[in-house]
Design a protein around this ligand. Structure first.
Ligand SMILES: NC(=O)c1ccc[n+]([C@@H]2O[C@H](COP(=O)([O-])OP(=O)(O)OC[C@H]3O[C@@H](n4cnc5c(N)ncnc54)[C@H](OP(=O)(O)O)[C@@H]3O)[C@@H](O)[C@H]2O)c1
Length: 254
């Protein structure tokens, strides 16, 4: 078992599960710096209030994961300021957006190229580009991890209900990327473990329009999920690289 330590980047950290992870990580004695990114990281009241007690242990950076330039700038800042990363957690995800009329498709006729594009850019391309620019920071002689929040609905073999085309397909693509990156990491970064994680239905802005039929005991708080997922990451080693695990540490079929 390895502990969570060093410098850990949480991207998608301004609210929901990402914010709860930042809070959990700051409570870990051996974590030196938590880097919290989101489009609104420097203006997020929640992150700024955490910063009041965490001081320089919390570094907030604005980064839109649909813009490679932002990701590149973040990696450059981290290379100059903290030299290496011991963990990256990709949290940002999109399912719906009232400002653009994006909502999960019920029927094939609902497909909209602009919404498909957004889902792929946030849910899949984002983590891929974070890997591209942070790989050099994660490749060193200490244990490190690269974990991405996926979703069970991205599982192809577990898809019995249909619908939610863009979200399902973009998470399935993210999963394939995770597996592919795990294979490369095995060859090129022997201390790096690469994981896909399913949080379970969690009470956040992302799930709020879809909670009506979820039994109370199956709707988790962000704090609970952040704790469970970080414990799972903590308990993994490089031998687990390439696995897709849920909040209960159970394997999710690809
Ligand atoms: N909640 C659930 O029930 C559930 C279930 C299964 C899987 N998941 C997955 O878990 C992850 C976290 O979900 P959540 O429920 O915590 O979502 P959330 O409350 O909507 O938070 C999403 C976070 O992502 C950031 N974000 C969104 N678009 C971004 C972009 N283009 N660039 C940078 N950051 C961006 C948001 O910050 P800004 O708006 O400030 O950028 C926010 O911090 C997602 O990947 C989701 O697919 C959630």
């Amino acid at each position: 078992m390895t502990s969570l330590f060093g410098n850990i980047l949480v991207q998608g950290a301004s609210r929901g599960i990402g914010l709860a992870m930042v809070e959990e990580l700051l409570a870990e004695q051996q974590v030196d710096t938590v880097i919290a990114t989101a489009r609104s990281a420097t203006t997020s009241e929640s992150l700024q209030s955490l910063r009041q007690s965490a001081g320089e242990r919390l570094l907030c950076l604005d980064m839109d994961i649909t813009r490679e330039h932002d990701i590149q700038n973040t990696a450059k800042t981290l290379k100059n300021d903290i030299k290496r990363l011991h963990g990256v957690i990709n949290v940002a995800g999109i399912l719906h957006d009232a400002s653009t009329g994006m909502s999960p498709e019920k029927r094939v006729e609902d497909l909209d190229p602009a919404h498909l594009d957004t889902a792929f850019r946030v849910n899949c391309q984002g983590p891929m580009l974070v890997a591209k620019h942070c790989f050099a920071l994660l490749r060193h002689d200490q244990p490190a991890f690269f974990a991405s929040l996926s979703a069970r609905v991205g599982s192809i073999s577990d898809n019995h209900l249909g619908g939610w085309y863009s979200y399902r397909a973009s998470k399935a693509a993210q999963n394939q990327f995770t597996r592919t990156f795990a294979v490369e990491a095995r060859r090129r970064a022997r201390n790096l473990r690469v994981l896909a994680l399913h949080p379970g239905t969690t009470d956040t802005r992302l799930s709020s329009p879809f909670q009506r039929n979820v039994p109370a005991e199956k709707l988790f708080s962000a704090d609970f999920v952040a704790r469970r997922l970080l414990n799972i990451v903590r308990d993994t080693s490089v031998e687990d690289s390439g696995r897709f695990l849920d909040w209960d540490n159970q394997e999710v079929p690809w």
